[in-house]
Design a protein around this ligand. Sequence first.
Ligand SMILES: Nc1ncnc2c1ncn2[C@@H]1O[C@H](COP(=O)(O)OP(=O)(O)OP(=O)(O)O)[C@@H](O)[C@H]1O
Ligand SMILES: [Mg+2]
Length: 289
Amino acid sequence: MIETESGVFLEKTKKDEILTPETKIDKSVKPVLAMSNEKIVIETKTLDFYYNADAHALKNINIHIPDKKVTAFIGPSGCGKSTLLRCFNRMNDLISDAFHTGEILINGVDIYKEGTRLEDLRKQVGMVFQKSNPFPMSIWENVAFGPKVNGINDKDELNEIVESALKQGDLWREVKDRMQNSALDLSGGQQQRLCIARALANKPEIILMDEPASALDPISTGKIEETIEELKKNYTIVIVTHNMQQAARISDYTAFMMLGELIEVDLTKKIFTNPTQKLTEDYITGRFG
Ligand SMILES: Nc1ncnc2c1ncn2[C@@H]1O[C@H](COP(=O)(O)OP(=O)(O)OP(=O)(O)O)[C@@H](O)[C@H]1O
Ligand SMILES: [Mg+2]
């Protein structure tokens, strides 16, 4: 473990030895890219996040996430990618000592504004996790679960929502004749697409994905990537990935993080061919990671 300037404890690895202290972040380069022609859906302003007073996990994060694009978060293990992703739907609220300073805005509205209903926020900002987590119930029940909780009871309406979500999740063809079978009998890749469909059934605007394909084989991964490609026509997607080829393939923008800081955000093409920061270049060329 090492303690950084601001008191974050991170696992000490070889890469830390390489990067500290020789490689410095060029502070004159602003990490926020003014995506001038893009509608911004998620914005953070001077966001600092602490798991507790001694664990400062995010430092001064200023990021703009554009509408109906895929934005990928990359960076070494422990750099804060999942923490930042979980800030966007207040998932970190579940951790008792955690707190933040700064602002998190969705469509210009502070998600901690008084009167914000968590159920509404989580509907608007859906999430898919690394490990697929279908409920131990039928395929149909899994997808209908959210809409039912949200008060939709009409069977025809639910059927329509389920079918549409499964089609968008690219699973419909494979499961349409066995909707009453247990979701747990699906393959790993199918379970993950079911979880995507379950998130879509709530009609979110934003979908957060934390390494959604890292536990899957290459063919299932390819299917998830195709699904994401299709989904970005209608949704804003933020994806954490360890797989750099995946980030390069599917994302429009890439944000590189290290030690709790946002080092650089830019068009994916630029990040992978001509990054501004030396640290980004070192990371994407595999000098550490
Ligand atoms: N519940 C927690 N309590 C205290 N510290 C935590 C907690 N969860 C994560 N951290 C710490 O916060 C930092 C950021 O963790 P985070 O999980 O966001 O990293 P990550 O970039 O997603 O890593 P990985 O690529 O391994 O998933 C790490 O130092 C981690 O140890
Ligand atoms: Mg993570």
